[in-house]
Design a protein around this ligand. Sequence first.
Ligand SMILES: *[C@@H]1O[C@H](CO)[C@@H](O)[C@H](O)[C@H]1NC(C)=O
Ligand SMILES: *[C@@H]1O[C@H](CO)[C@@H](O)[C@H](O)[C@H]1NC(C)=O
Length: 546
Amino acid sequence: MAVYPEHVALNLPTDRTYEKRKTKSLRRQWNHLSKLQKNCIYSLTAFFCLTIFYILLNTPDDPVIKTRNEESILLKSVPNSKPYFNDREIRNGNYQERVIEHPKDADLEINVNVDDFKPNRLMEFTGPTTLRQKAVVEAFQHAWKGYKQYAWGHDHLKPITKSHHDWFGLGLTIVDSIDTIYIMGLKEEYLEARTWIDKHLQFDVNKDINVFEVTIRVLGGLLSIYHLSSDKMYIDKAVDLADRMMSCFNSNSGIPFSDINLFTRKPHSPKWSPDSSTSEATTIQLEFRDLSRITGDPKYEISASKVSEIVHNLEKTDGLVPIFINPNTGRFRFSSTITLGARGDSYYEYLLKQWLQTGKTIDYLKEDYITALQGVEQHLVRHTVPNGFLFLGELLNGGKDFKPKMDHLTCYFPGTLALGVHNGLPEHHLKLAEDLLTTCYQTYARHPTFLAPEITYFNIQGENSNDMYVKADDAHNLLRPEFVESLWYMYQLSGNSTYQNWGWRIFQGFQNYTKVLNGYTSIGNVRSATDTRPRDKMESFFWQKL
Ligand SMILES: *[C@@H]1O[C@H](CO)[C@@H](O)[C@H](O)[C@H]1NC(C)=O
Ligand SMILES: *[C@@H]1O[C@H](CO)[C@@H](O)[C@H](O)[C@H]1NC(C)=O
């Protein structure tokens, strides 16, 4: 199960002139911003994702409040937005250590007193102001209360049996949600989470973990909250964790093994295969690079970047990659599926975001992304019968067969496309983004629960009158955040309030059908409002959705 990564902060420039322009349109602000941000977009995923609903749900009829929130999210962002060094320096070995300066007023003294909680000067979040925002924060607090009462310190809450679930035993829910807590301005919850991380989060556990999952959820979570709070405690934790994971790169090829034991530091392949998932191997670079740039220690970035270079040099199908890659040979398993869903998805996303993170200095990342897009348009894009909805299918058996199937995971892609267009990539990608977004919305709106299933199949032959259908085994909803993340990007970049309204309707679907007495639960069946089959689990990525 590949999960789309959510964490890592976004750095955008601060510019006083924006304050004077409050009344100008969103689009104009963004146009202006794109000039300023050339070297400043830094790392991207989660900071967007976790704020999705929260930001998305301004009431459209309240322009003043809207502007305030735009400011807080777009402008009052991370303080240290300049890369500490550029990529040429790294390649030439002139990688200089830099002292990290922590702003004095970011000294939170949070161990002392709730009232001492002062967000960083550059990061003032005012808390919820609109009715929709308040509803989302209430949802968060409801989930937090259940987690605190029945699963505190464990990975996941099981809200129905009032118990917990541990996967890696790393308090995933706390680390995954602390940046959301910060942005929501929830002081008490922030203190609880920070204290737990400080006192109880430790990594010398004799347990196998998945490198990718722990990178995006835990390492990414720590980096994200560090960027928001400037609290160095999080970096100490992040360094300890990353050091324990570094030996995953000790393969013949440099392609990381999928799993590692954090105590013995011994890496290995998954039990069921000698291969690593392509998306997993290529979805750790933002986090490892960010850690190098924060600490001044190049080793994380060097190892992770090398993976991207290896994959860059492999032969592909018009830029598209098979979903398995072997750490010993450094080659793809060519018969494996090509998809923008599970195990393929974030390879494409991290091409773009790494290119942005490195100040658009590494050309092959952009070129591979653009080539892949041509491959997507050529091989994966199809339209449904009878209504012509666009979707991205899959190629099987080394590209010989086409399967009209799309994972919900693929619905991250419109947001990535829009971000690319915003940064100067081909305009026609935006049309693809809009069309795919519409289809993804349909995968929610067509069900009585207003929730999307994990996997949807599409009608391309005209064999019946339904554009899409869902198999019983695929009808579950795990509270995944990919689609709402895309809505967030699309709203931010277009100002079209339709996307906010879509987000609100989906939020209501979650309220009506996944909320239970002690939290929220994934469900087994989105196809019936009366038979949802609750699964008794609240995934840690649910918290980014909020
Ligand atoms: C907003 O988005 C919706 C859905 O894609 C579209 O139908 C509508 O035309 C858009 N509105 C504007 C003003 O662009
Ligand atoms: C959810 O409940 C609200 C309030 O009762 C209702 O207005 C809305 O239509 C419901 N949505 C769905 C998808 O059931």
